[in-house]
Ligand binder design. Structure first.
Ligand SMILES: Nc1ncnc2c1ncn2[C@@H]1O[C@H](COP(=O)(O)OP(=O)(O)OP(=O)(O)O)[C@@H](O)[C@H]1O
Ligand SMILES: [Mg+2]
Ligand SMILES: [Zn+2]
Length: 151
């Protein structure tokens, strides 16, 4: 029998293969922690599988723009976006880190302008994708531990 943790959705998006334990950060990146989703959203944490464990997020009646989701690559480079229509996966793509990252991680330099109470959002240039290396667009400091600096 097929194991079902939550009921299937008719239309929406499944974010699959999220790194284990990172689902809540994914919601944060999508802005769904400040502004709760309007439709049923399932967050499944610690799903065992052949390659260890993973998290999954299922968003009913929501289709995400590539730009919105690509920043997920920062914390889950293997995540896939599955668009569901009429209960079927009609489109699947892997997240891909964009050239710049804005407002998700903070700069490690305490003297950086983005760490003062000014309306300056952190902004990083993606210098390398594997491993992920970001460089602050304001103070030029290199940031290597992304997870430790998530906002
Ligand atoms: N109608 C649906 N409602 C909710 N979740 C769905 C629905 N259809 C597929 N999914 C989920 O979306 C993800 C991708 O579905 P798919 O059928 O492509 O699985 P898969 O072949 O295992 O894909 P992959 O190779 O990417 O792991 C899976 O986690 C699956 O459980
Ligand atoms: Mg699978
Ligand atoms: Zn900086």
């Amino acid at each position: 029998m097929k194991e079902l943790k939550v009921s299937p959705i008719k239309h929406g998006t499944v974010i699959d293969h999220i790194e284990c334990g990172m689902a809540l950060k994914v919601l944060k990146i999508l802005g769904l922690t400040e502004e709760p989703p309007e439709d049923t959203t399932s967050v499944i944490i610690h799903v065992p599988g052949s390659k260890g464990c993973k998290d999954i997020v299922k968003l009913e009646n929501k289709e995400l723009k590539k730009k919105e989701v690509n920043q997920i690559a920062l914390i889950s480079p293997d995540a896939t976006i599955n668009i569901i229509r009429d209960s079927e996966v009609v489109k699947k793509y892997r997240v891909e880190l964009p050239d710049t990252v804005i407002g998700i991680v903070k700069c490690g330099n305490p003297n950086c302008i983005t760490n003062f109470h000014e309306p300056v959002e952190p902004k990083f240039i993606v210098e390398s994708r594997s491993p992920v290396v970001l460089r602050c667009a304001y103070c030029n400091r290199k940031l290597e531990d992304v997870t430790a600096n998530l906002l």
